[in-house]
Design a protein around this ligand. Sequence first.
Ligand SMILES: [Zn+2]
Length: 570
Amino acid sequence: MGIVALMLFPLSGSLYGQEAGGTKDSVAQIGTIKLCYVSPIDFPISLAGNFGEPRPNHFHCGIDVRTQGVIGKKIFSVADGYVSRLTVGMNGFGNAVYVTHPDGITSVYAHLDRFMPKMAERVLRKQYEMESEVVDLRLSPEDFPVKAGEQIAFSGNTGASMGPHLHLEFQRTSDGGLVNPLPYFQHLIRDTMRPKVHQLRLYAKPGEGVLLGTGGAVSFVPGANQKVYEAWGRIGVAYWADDYMNGTANKFGIYSVRLFVDGREVFRSCMDSYMPADNRKVNSWGDYGVFMKQKRWFLKSFAEPGNDLSLLHYGPERGWVDICEARDYQFRYEFRDQYGNWTTCEFRVRGVPSDEQLAKETQRLREQRMSKNYMRWNESGVVQFPGMELRIPAGALFRDVELHPQIKIEEDGCSNVYTLHDEPEPLLVNATLMLAPRKPVDDPERWYIESSKGYIGGNWQDGWLVASVRYLDESYALARDTIQPMITPLATGKWSSNKLLRVRVQDKDSGVRTFKAYLDGQFVLFTGGAVKTCDLRKTPVSRENKRRLLELIATDRCGNERRDSCYFVY
Ligand SMILES: [Zn+2]
C-alpha cells in the first residue's frame, strides 16, 4: 500500500464531499487527518497552483507542482496501484498517465513530456491502430502495476500548459469526483503564510435591498479607516483574497472561508471535493462580470438561485443578510488554508431605514420582469429577432436576468450579426442558437455559425443552422468556408538526413479538422499543433534509401479537403 501512515481519526466526511455534521469543527478536523502519499518528484515540492482555485469556467481541479522550470524530470506514482489509462491530446492534458490506487483514488499526471518506454510503445501502437495522434488507452491491472515511488513518466509542458510543470489531479475512482490532493502531501509541504484579503464587495439583492441609496454593488479595501456603508434590506458580501506559501511568489485559492454576522455563521465554503459537472458553477460563485473586466475573482458569500455547488454551505437565506434594524451589523470573515494558517477580517454595515428607496428598487425589478427578454433562471426562455432564435434551457442561467440582445443588419453578409446580451452573464449549460441564411443555400455543409471569437459550428434543421453556445455577450453570424486547408512541407532538404518530416497545416476560416499522412501507402503518424512532425524512426517504415511517396491529406471543419504529395529519399 502506498499509504505510509494511516488516518489517526475517523475520516471527516468533508474530505469525501459529504456535508460535515457540525459547522464548527469541520475546518479544524482537516488538520488532524493524516493521509500520506509519496512525492511525485525527487526534489522538494513547491506549488504553482492549488486545488479549487477559481478560473473562468472551472476550478483548478488539481495541484500544479513545479518542475524547476524544465522538462524531463522523473515523475513517480504517489502510491501503489496500476496504470489504468494513458491519454494523448485529451482535456488539455497533453500526455497524461492515470494510476488507480486501491484506496479509491485515481491519481492523474498531466502535461508530461513522455511516458516510460513500455507505455510509450503501447500508446504508439494504439495511435497507429486508430490512425490518430489523440488516443485514450484503457489498461487492465495486469498491464502496468506500479509501486509507490516507481517512475511512470517524464515531466513536460504538453497540452494546455503555460510552462513546464506537473498537473497532479486526484479523481475518485468510483464516480470521477475531484478530490483535493493537498491533505495527502501535508508532510511534504511547508506553509506558514496566512491568506490575505485584498478587497471586499457588498451587493444589494435586486429588488430586495438598498446600498448607498440604490441597488448595485460596491468594492472596498477593509481596514481600520474603512468607511461604514449604509444599507437597508437584503445585502450580500463577496471577497477577493489569496493564499500564499513559503518560497514561492504564486498566489493560491483559499481552502476554507466562513462569514459571520453578529457572531452567527451565514456562509461557509470548504474546498474538499466536487464533481466535474460543477465546474461551470465557479462563474456564479465568483463575480463573473467583474472577473471579465478586472481579472480578479470576488467569491460571493451568498448563492445565486441556480448555484447548488456542493462546496458551499448556508442556511435558508442562501447567505443573504437582512439589514432590518437601525444599527450597525458586525461582519466577520475567517479565511483558512490547509495548514492551519488563518486570518480574519471585520467590518460593519450600518442599517439605515430607507423604505422609500427599497420600494423604488422593488418597483424597478417589477418593471424589468415585464420585459419580453426577462429570463427566469428556472424556466426556459426564448429570444427572437428576424433570422435568429435563442433558446435558453431552464436552469441554464444562475439568476434571473433581463437580456439586451442586439441585431446588426449586414446586407452583404451570410446573415445579420446578433449579440445576445451586452454584459457577460454565465450559463451553467449551453444555450441553443438558431440562425437563418439571407439567401437560399446550395452548399449547406460549407456553412457554420461564427462568433466574435471564432468557429462555433452547427447543424441544419428546417432551414436554420443550429449550434450550442456558451457565451451570451459575444456576437454571432453565419459564415461560409469554401477554401481547403493549406499544407506546407518545411525544410524538405533535411528530411532524409534528420529522419524527421515537418509540415505546416493551416485553415483560415473554420480550422483544421483532420490531418493524415501516408508513406508509400502506409499510414505514418504526425504529431503537434500547426507545425506537425513525423519521426521516421518511430514509423513502421524502415530506411532503404529509396524514393518514397508521401501523401498528405487535410480536411477543415466544413469538409473542404486538401491532398498534396511529394517525393523524398529514405
Ligand atoms: Zn494544473
